[in-house]
Design a protein around this ligand. Structure first.
Ligand code: SAM
Length: 286
């Protein structure tokens, strides 16, 4: 069926772009990129490569985390003066874990029309490949990086019953898997979806403790989405903190067990990898 495609003035188009495989660009996305007055891009160098591949020449303005306030106002002013703009980010759907969200808010506040041009999104792609329940899910994006905020978020999520979608950078993946495991327990199922749509695409469907063991002697490489099974347990008021784990080890030792036996038993009790519990025990003795 022939679709009528036209681009209207005074409109922001949120154009989804490939998350790896260039063939995932849609016909409509290409059409809009060709027809708009200008393109706002998270990283103009990345978008320039895409445009060269598509043989599209267009004015590019940068719109990213650190200039989004002033640049957002400039873009909205141009839109209000009748121009059309396509917003693209480095990969995937704009406004999902990237600065697009703020531009949509600004457009909405100024009654500027926003149109979505759907396409690739790492979160949805990973969820569908996870073999975990897809009927109800929550998108968490990136966890808070550290401290109380991170612990509280993990504590909150440990009680989540729906399937969870999280993004993580490869160099932080091991530490994040350990932190999640401490709060969720090692038996919880996870799908590690790596390098989706790219040459080295890989989906590892496993448990948290096995995922930690898998990466214990190698540095994760590439881009990752973690899909984690929701809890099926009844709410438990007692959070699993380092203190609770150490207290349990002490209890077993007071009962006459050796420290290595106590560590082994506690790792079983909490479903945590033995190495994790042992390192915690050792660091508590330093
Ligand atoms: N807006 C994007 C989307 O729609 O997917 C997400 C942007 S967010 C800044 C980037 C994160 O998405 C990465 O750190 C990674 O977790 C995930 N991601 C992007 N491309 C991916 C891919 N090809 N495979 C796996 N994860 C990917």
């Amino acid at each position: 069926m022939e679709e009528k495609n036209f681009v209207s003035g005074s409109t922001l188009y949120l154009v989804a772009t490939p998350i790896g495989n260039m063939y995932d660009i849609s016909l409509r996305a290409m059409d809009v990129l060709r027809k708009v007055d200008f393109i706002a891009a998270e990283d103009t160098r990345v978008t320039m490569k895409l445009l060269q591949r598509l043989e599209i020449k267009k004015e590019l303005v940068s719109y990213y985390e650190h200039n989004k306030k002033e640049r957002g106002i400039e873009i909205v002013n141009r839109l209000m003066n009748g121009e059309s703009c396509a917003l693209v980010t480095d990969a995937g759907t704009p406004a999902i874990s990237d600065p697009g969200e703020d531009l949509v808010v600004l457009c909405s506040e100024n009654n500027v029309n926003v149109v979505g041009i759907p396409g690739p999104c790492a979160a949805v792609n990973a969820l569908t490949l996870s073999a975990l329940p897809t009927g109800k899910f929550v998108f968490e994006g990136f966890l808070p990086v550290k401290g109380k905020e991170r612990r509280e978020r993990l504590e909150f999520l440990s009680k989540e019953e729906r399937t969870m979608i999280l993004y993580e950078a490869p160099h932080k993946l091991n530490a994040t898997l350990l932190d999640i495991c401490k709060h969720f327990g090692g038996d919880r199922r996870i799908a590690l979806c790596r390098e989706l749509t790219k040459l080295n695409e890989e989906v590892i469907r496993t448990t948290l403790s096995e995922a930690i063991a898998f990466y214990s002697d190698k540095q994760p490489k590439g881009e990752f989405v973690m899909i984690i099974e929701g809890t099926s347990e009844q709410p438990n008021d007692e959070p699993m903190t380092d203190d609770i784990i150490l207290k349990k080890i002490d209890e077993y030792i007071s009962d006459g067990r050796s420290s290595s036996d106590a560590v082994k038993t506690v790792s079983k009790d909490f479903g945590l990898p033995k190495n994790t519990v042992y390192s915690l025990y050792l660091s508590s003795k330093e």
